[in-house]
Ligand binder design. Structure first.
Ligand code: FAD
Length: 389
């Protein structure tokens, strides 16, 4: 397989500045040299390639679009391009970076005390510490407002009781941001590994996101100091604002997975011969699938770029990000399915990245707001009528 040279049908590269192209090249090379050689084995073994974490820290990928505390201060478009390249490697690697930056560092920076920022952000940026984000519960996924996890104040501590599940990085995390309902509404708590009453256990049996740690968190009379609460995060809008950050990265990331599937299928169909020794790419039905994919990838690139530019201008709305996440995940998943088809039997083998991407994208469709929920967000934006219940 040749080195990945990108997919740019409509000269969209001309819309990126030099710095953006440089950042993308750095991420692309990292994925080519460090992720691609190990990811198949990581997926087989259901194991996150932890040795990549400090390397990603050194390259500035962790909390990349945040300012201060050692963060790279990238623009949102630069950050999006990093996510695109990482997810070309594997959605699990991109998920690690999304959670660490968008769901742990962003809330500490936005809602945390100065002490919390100084304590955690430099370590999370370098990869010395790992973070997780605990919002989902066994009974409350799409509707986190129903959460049962409770925090009660007891002198100078908070005592937390509840269960969280499907938590990315959960078992690896040095610090978990746990959302719980208190007397004054939903609050976020930084719970450190080893705190009595807190435990994390990895979920086994996943056929998707195998190269990612997904865990359940249990909190039983878990006592944390008052200083572990994020002081400025009050109500559900705080965790939802974090999800907007992470969803934005997903909207770019999945383009990478789609590009990898498309490019693998394109190269395969040009060399694979059937019927009169002709490449299968010479058949009209095959070309129709390639044409569909390159068209949808190009539209996804334009959507991501526009939302990225809006985000850099402070004009991106959650409903814009919903359209980006929903559309781009859907087309990436369809690209994976079509590409798998074009490789015939070879398409099911992990020698090729397609089936791994396809399995991963099933998770990406569900997490950070399902396809349905983002349709409802867009529906509310254009009608003014919420239809969630
Ligand atoms: C690998 C993985 C990693 C994850 N990482 C994290 C993490 O780090 N932190 C975290 O907090 N969570 C995480 N999640 C959880 C994820 O965010 C939830 O799975 C997601 O929000 C959906 O919740 P659910 O699985 O309970 O599905 P449900 O909410 O039960 O939904 C099931 C189906 O019902 C549909 N549905 C529900 N309500 C409506 C409605 N009103 N209208 C129409 N359709 C509806 C959904 O769209 C979906 O199709 C992760 C999940 C996975 C699989």
């Amino acid at each position: 397989m040749q080195r990945f040279a990108g997919v740019d049908y409509l000269h969209i590269d001309s819309q990126f500045n030099e710095q953006e192209l440089l950042v993308r090249q750095t991420a692309r090379q990292f994925v080519e040299d460090r992720v691609v050689p190990v990811v198949r084995e990581a997926f087989r073994e259901a194991c996150f390639p932890r040795h990549l974490i400090p390397e990603m820290g050194r390259l500035g990928f962790l909390g990349a679009n945040l300012e201060g505390y050692g963060c790279a201060g990238m623009s949102n478009v630069e950050y999006g391009l990093v996510m695109q390249e990482l997810e070309r490697g594997d959605s699990g690697v991109r998920s690690f970076v999304s959670v660490q930056g968008g769901l742990v560092m962003y809330p500490i920076l936005t809602y945390g005390s100065e002490e919390q920022k100084e304590r955690w952000l430099p370590k999370l940026q370098s990869g010395e510490a790992i973070g997780s984000f605990g919002l989902t519960e066994p009974g409350f996924g799409s509707n986190p407002a129903g959460m049962l996890t409770r925090a009660r104040r007891d002198g100078s501590s908070w005592v937390i009781n509840g269960e969280k599940t499907w938590i990315t990085n959960g078992a690896m995390a040095d610090v978990s941001l746990v959302w719980a309902r208190s007397e004054d509404g939903i609050r976020g708590f930084l719970v450190e590994k080893g705190t009595p009453g807190f435990s994390a256990s990895e979920l086994h049996g996943k056929l998707s996101m195998r190269a990612s740690d997904t865990s359940s968190l249990s909190l039983a009379e878990c006592r944390v100091p008052a200083s572990s609460m994020l002081p400025a995060a009050q109500g559900l809008k705080a965790p939802l604002s974090c999800l907007s950050q992470a969803r934005y990265g997903i909207g770019w990331g999945v383009i990478g997975a789609a590009m990898d599937c498309y490019e693998t299928a394109r190269q395969y169909t040009i060399t694979r011969k059937q019927f009169d020794n002709k490449p299968i790419a010479s058949h009209q039905l095959v070309q129709e699938k390639l044409a569909w994919m390159i068209t949808e990838i190009t539209k996804a690139q334009l959507l991501a770029l526009q939302v990225g530019r809006l985000k850099d201008q402070g004009r991106a709305e959650p409903a814009h990000i919903s359209m980006l996440k929903r559309n781009n995940v859907a087309i990436a998943l369809e690209c994976a399915r079509l590409s798998r088809d074009l490789l015939g039997a070879n398409g099911i083998m992990d020698e090729y990245p397609i089936m791994r991407h396809m399995c991963n994208l099933e998770t990406v469709k569900t997490y950070e707001g399902t396809d349905h929920i983002h349709a409802l967000v867009i529906g509310e934006r254009v009608t003014g009528i919420p239809a969630y219940k």
